[in-house]
Design a protein around this ligand. Structure first.
Ligand SMILES: Nc1ncnc2c1ncn2[C@@H]1O[C@H](COP(=O)(O)OP(=O)(O)OP(=O)(O)O)[C@@H](O)[C@H]1O
Ligand SMILES: [Mg+2]
Length: 166
């Protein structure tokens, strides 16, 4: 695994990180987005979709579970499993069908459906930086595949990485 951390001082930085990720994505890839409520997961996905030409609204799929977008000759499925409670819903909703070679899956709250998910190419985690005077968010990027490493490199290009302490 290859890992990096970057600072996201404001919402525009979160969207910009998504915009650097977008062009690095390819069919079949799975990206998970972890972090507490309001940490910026949907904001980052908005940056991904906008970077690929989506101009209309990017809605949070909190109530619909998944929103789909057809872009760059790929399908993008944006999931939010926060409210996902029924273990049978994965089957009845046919969600496994979203994981295809011509589709990219971007998944908020992956912890809720961990048993169903393949290992992600990239796992993103948004947190609040430590320190009362600090603002914004921190983004931890874990790449688990070669394709995921290309995403990590794209997301960190031209931005200062936060070095691990010690
Ligand atoms: N780097 C940042 N610094 C400060 N605020 C941010 C940053 N990134 C996003 N935000 C703000 O955080 C708020 C919540 O963002 P968002 O809806 O993307 O969170 P989320 O993680 O998707 O939440 P949920 O778990 O409820 O879906 C928004 O107001 C957004 O503008
Ligand atoms: Mg969200």
């Amino acid at each position: 695994m290859v890992a990096a951390k970057i600072a996201l001082p404001d919402p525009a930085a979160t969207e910009a990180a998504g915009a650097r990720l977008g062009p690095a994505l390819a069919g079949g890839m799975v990206v998970t987005l972890s972090g507490e409520l309001g940490s910026g997961k949907t904001t980052l996905v908005r940056g991904v979709l906008r970077s690929l030409g989506w101009q209309r609204a990017v809605k949070s799929p909190t109530f619909t579970v998944v929103e789909s977008y057809s872009l760059s000759s790929l399908y993008f499925y944006h999931f939010d499993f926060y409210r996902f409670a029924d273990p049978e819903e994965w089957e009845t909703a046919g969600l496994a069908d979203c994981f295809r070679d011509d589709a990219v899956c971007l998944i908020e709250w992956p912890e809720r459906v961990a048993v169903h998910l393949p290992r992600p190419d990239v796992a993103l985690r948004l947190t609040w930086p430590a320190g009362v005077e600090a603002s914004g968010r921190m983004l931890a990027i874990d790449a688990h595949t070669a394709a995921g490493e290309r995403c990590l490199n794209a997301m960190t290009a031209g931005v200062a990485r936060i070095e691990a302490p010690g």
